[in-house]
Each structure stands twice: as C-alpha cells, then as structure tokens.
Design a protein around this ligand. Structure first.
Ligand code: DQA
Length: 141
C-alpha cells in the first residue's frame, strides 16, 4: 500500500477557527477523515507542527521511505531555506499546497522557497488542493 505524508506547518492547526473567510470553516482533522475515505488504498500519514525544526525532522524521518509528501508549510513557505533543503535531501517527491491563492494576497506571500523543490503546486483551491495532490502522487509516483 502506498504511503503519503501530509505535512501542515504553523497555524494550520487552527483551520476552521482561523480567518474562516480565507481558510474556511473546516478543521483539518475533520477533513482528513473525508480524505481517508476517498483514498482507501493509500496510507495517509499526517503531521502538523508550529516549529520549523520539527517539520524538517519529520521530512527526514519519513522522506526516504514513503511514496510522496504533500506539504503546506504555511508562512515558512516564504522564509524557510531549511525546509526547502530538507525536501531536496529526501527521495520522496513533494507537492506544495496552499489553501488560499497566495498570489492574490500580500506580496510577501508570492515567493516560495519550496516550489522549486516540488513536482507541482496547488494554490487557492481550498482544502481540495490536498485531495488533488494526493491523487497526483497516487497515480504518478
Ligand atoms: C497558506 C498561505 C501562507 O501564506 C500562510 O502563511 C498560511 C497558509 C495557505 O494555505 O494558504 O499559513 O500556506
């Protein structure tokens, strides 16, 4: 069975409560149940942290053994060369996801250190972006 790691970075533990006009009303834990039901043939591993080093540790821990990584690094997307290096270091292909359309928001959200290390990017399609990323990894990796 394929294994895919979904990683959420800082403040994404507050999905459902945090700025719902931008990020929606659903918690990620609730959404994850829907996702698991849609992909019975994949083992989804989920990790969320507000700490950069913990995100890197998880990429190192699983990134050589799993079939793919779906990563929404939150604000670290725009600042973290270290997370970009971790994605380069491991063998699992990664897809970058953003719930909101970062290109329609403040200019500091327009640049991502992670994009160049990822196979693809899903931006601005809400939580459905995670489903699209998992589907790609299921069908192509
Ligand atoms: C986000 C966009 C980032 O700019 C922001 O810092 C987040 C969430 C998104 O999913 O839209 O925390 O990654």
């Amino acid at each position: 069975m394929k294994q895919i790691l979904i990683i959420n970075g800082p403040n994404l533990n507050l999905l459902g409560k945090r700025e719902p006009t931008i990020y929606g009303n659903r918690s990620f834990v609730e959404y994850l149940e829907t996702l698991e039901a849609k992909f019975p043939d994949v083992q989804l591993r989920y990790f969320q942290s507000n700490h950069e080093g913990e995100l890197i540790d998880k990429i190192h821990e699983l990134g050589f053994d799993i079939d793919g990584i779906v990563i929404n690094a939150g604000a670290y997307t725009h600042t973290s060369i270290a997370i970009a290096d971790a994605l380069s270091a491991v063998t699992a292909p990664a897809i970058e996801v953003h719930i909101s359309n970062v290109h329609a928001r403040e200019s500091f959200r327009h640049h991502s250190y992670l994009s160049a290390k990822c196979k693809g990017i899903v931006v601005g399609l809400g939580l459905m972006g995670y489903e699209m990323a998992v589907r790609y990894l299921m069908d192509n990796e």
